[in-house]
Write a protein that binds this ligand. Structure first.
Ligand SMILES: [Zn+2]
Length: 257
């Protein structure tokens, strides 16, 4: 089957309808681009990354909160221990001061106990300082993580707002495109439209191209002289297909044939 018999089976369509098909392609390509932009908004990627790092930060923040709570409890316990030993020391000291202990042996034992209590207090106060320092560090860590989570939330809110604004704008443009598409489709014969839709689905969204400067607008390849001669010889209402890419080729005043 040569190309002449192939074309004999080809569709016929009014040249005006063929030109309108180019308008439809432009609208459909614009809608494809808008949908692509909607899917690939830079905010979407940033929101995903930030949501993941925010979750990680929040986990660290919860751990830091647990550390602060533990150290706060530890500090309260050391404080209570110090108070308890101090109370005991004061009671012993008071008893001695009041002269309630007169036996020299008892006095000596009491002195020893007071010294031991003092050593215990000193040791507990060292612990107290150490816990206090650790608590301070933990609190600082917690504050820093809380601030980081807060900053992430702020940035996320801004990103979500930007995403929503852009999405609404793109949706509005898509609606405009859809409303422009209706009248164009209404002016096209069914068989031509069906062929276009089939090619569009199979060929990366482009079903038709203008023949411009001897080049196919669908695949951007130049047509060879024999194919151009065949197109030149074809009736104006014959629907031409580019042999190379199979797309519909529409002759225009700038076709160069
Ligand atoms: Zn082509």
């Amino acid at each position: 089957m040569d190309s002449t018999s192939h074309r004999r089976r080809a569709l016929k369509a009014d040249p005006a309808a063929q030109l309108a098909l180019l308008d439809l392609q432009e609208l459909d390509s614009r809608a494809d681009l808008l949908r692509h932009q909607r899917r690939t908004l830079p905010e979407l990627a940033e929101i995903a990354t930030l949501t993941a790092s925010r979750a990680e930060l929040d986990g660290q923040r919860r751990d830091a909160q647990i550390a602060v709570d533990d150290l706060t409890a530890e500090q309260a316990k050391v404080d209570a221990d110090v108070e308890q030993v101090k109370t005991r020391r004061k009671r012993d000291q008071d008893r001695m001061d009041q002269g309630l202990i007169s036996n020299p042996k008892d006095l000596e034992r009491m002195q020893g106990e007071l010294e031991s209590l003092q050593r215990r207090i000193t040791s507990l106060e060292d612990d107290e300082l150490e816990v206090m320092a650790r608590l301070e560090d933990a609190q600082q860590e917690l504050d820093s993580l809380t601030a980081q989570v807060g900053a992430a939330d702020e940035r996320l809110a801004a990103l979500v707002s930007a995403r929503d604004t852009k999405t609404q704008e793109l949706d509005a443009s898509l609606e405009t495109t859809a409303s422009e598409r209706g009248p164009v489709v209404a002016g096209l014969p069914e068989d031509l439209l069906a062929l276009y839709e089939r090619l569009r689905a199979a060929k990366d969204g482009v079903g038709v191209g203008a023949l411009r400067a001897r080049e196919c607008g669908g695949c951007r390849l130049s047509l060879d002289p024999s194919e151009l001669a065949a197109i030149r010889a074809a009736a104006p209402d014959e629907v031409i297909r580019h042999e190379e890419c199979q797309r519909i080729l529409v002759r225009t005043p700038e076709s160069g044939i």
